[in-house]
Design a protein around this ligand. Structure first.
Ligand SMILES: *Cc1c(COP(=O)(O)O)cnc(C)c1O
Length: 418
């Protein structure tokens, strides 16, 4: 799955970045996923949105904008970032935990909003009485991979709880609002039966609001980072959704447009973190052998946070040979025992050595599946390490710097020295 770059190509990438670590995004893989998303079956029209929090770098946003995607934004800052990257506000949908103070200004410029709580709905209605709005519901079930990625059900604060339709109606009446869109995002994974259930729960909500013309099912389409994981087949999970939409149209005469908002599915496997092995230490005969990188939680937090499993490939420098296979624990460069890149799959604190060819210090270490929630969701500047550079490996097999490495001056620029 990871691109098979040669030691020379890696050398070239690191030279362009100035130094390791850096992120490498494979444009061809990204475009392949774009094509798959466009194939999602939708009998009455599909509007794909990119959940930009997965990887909001401008060059990535540009590729998705050209491919006809809109944006799912999670904050007012993301809205502004997408606009600066060339998206018109009308192509952006905001579903946020923290309603931006200036939301009304953006709505006047075309932003679409999903009210994600009763209070958000009230504020929207006060600002725009007599208009229409989207609603994000928590349909009462979720299916994220871990408690931290589960975004539906009673232990999730996202969206309006599905039993609160009467309270919603009261607010709609108070502000003369109509509902144009129903949105849920529960991290539904790769099982078509779960998607069928999600579609039915959503259509139940749509039935309660006669003006709704768009159903938004959010994101959460899983990818396979390692051989043990199952990737989502969008055609397979889309089928029961499309069937439910057709049935709804037959029964009610309402032909709903479908929106989906993938993040991980688009960029997850397109990104690789390139690091160098800095040191190798061990803790004796009954201990472990540790491989220390020049990267870690400052670039990728997912292993420490979710016990996420990322493929690791060690590549000797040009002219070097791969070493003997040994169980190795891979750790990051932060002074923090949680900075662990090979946790056990069910416990972010447990060390799970991997059988890897023992490298020499200076060899390359590639961490795959690092395109989504990696550069965008790291322990930035911890231990005062600067943010890593990002490179695009273009479809004509060239490296392009799309974000240069942060400097120490930039890190300190906001400090007030009196
Ligand atoms: C994060 C998010 C997504 C994307 O989730 P993925 O798991 O990356 O596909 C889509 N919609 C909303 C509302 C989100 O918050």
């Amino acid at each position: 799955m990871m691109h098979d770059w040669s030691p020379d190509e890696l050398e070239e990438a690191a030279a362009l970045a100035g130094t390791t670590p850096c992120f490498l995004y494979d444009e061809a893989l990204l475009r392949e996923q774009v094509r798959r998303v466009h194939e999602f079956p939708a009998p009455y029209g599909l509007a794909p949105r990119y959940a930009m929090k997965a990887c909001p770098t401008r060059a990535i946003l540009g590729i998705l904008r050209e491919a006809g995607f809109g944006i799912d934004a999670s904050s007012g800052y993301e809205v502004e970032r997408a606009v600066r990257a060339g998206f018109p506000p009308s192509a952006i949908s905001l579903s946020s935990q923290e309603f931006p103070a200036d939301f009304a200004e953006w709505v006047r410029r075309g932003l679409r909003v999903n009210a994600c709580s009763l209070r958000q709905l009230d504020r929207y209605g006060e600002a725009f009485p007599g208009s229409s709005v989207g609603l994000r519901f928590n349909p009462g079930v979720g299916s994220g991979g871990t408690a931290k990625t589960n975004v539906g059900g009673p232990s999730s604060s996202f969206g309006i709880w599905h039993e609160k339709v009467p309270e919603v109606r009261e607010l709609l009446a108070r502000h003369a609002l109509t509902v144009e869109r129903i949105h849920t995002h529960i991290g539904s994974g790769s099982d078509p039966r779960v998607w069928q259930k999600v579609a039915h729960l959503n259509l139940h909500l749509v039935a309660a609001f006669p003006e709704v013309h768009t159903l938004n099912l959010g994101g959460g389409y899983k990818i396979a980072r390692t051989g043990e994981e199952t990737a989502t087949d969008l055609l397979r999970i889309g089928e029961p959704v499309a069937a439910a939409l057709r049935e709804f149209a037959r029964e009610t005469g309402r032909e709903l447009r479908l929106e989906i908002e993938p993040g991980t599915f688009l960029v997850g496997n397109a990104g690789t973190l390139l690091a160098r092995v800095h040191d190798i230490v061990d803790t004796g005969d009954d201990g472990y052998r540790f491989l220390k990188l020049d990267a870690g939680m400052t670039e990728i937090l997912r292993p420490s946070l979710y016990a996420a499993q990322h493929p690791i490939r060690l590549v000797p420098r040009a002219g070097g040979r791969p070493g003997e296979l040994r169980p190795l624990v891979v750790v990051g460069h932060c002074c923090e025992s949680g900075d662990l890149l090979t946790p056990a799959p069910d416990d972010p604190e447990a060390l799970a050595p991997r059988l890897l060819p023992e490298p020499e210090p200076g060899d390359w270490c590639l961490l795959g599946g690092a395109g989504a929630y990696s550069a965008s969701m790291s322990a930035k500047n911890y231990n005062s390490f600067p943010e890593a550079a990002e490179l695009l490996y273009t479809t004509d097999s060239r490296w392009r710097l799309i974000r240069r490495r942060q400097t120490l001056d930039e890190m300190l620029a906001a400090e007030v020295v009196s």
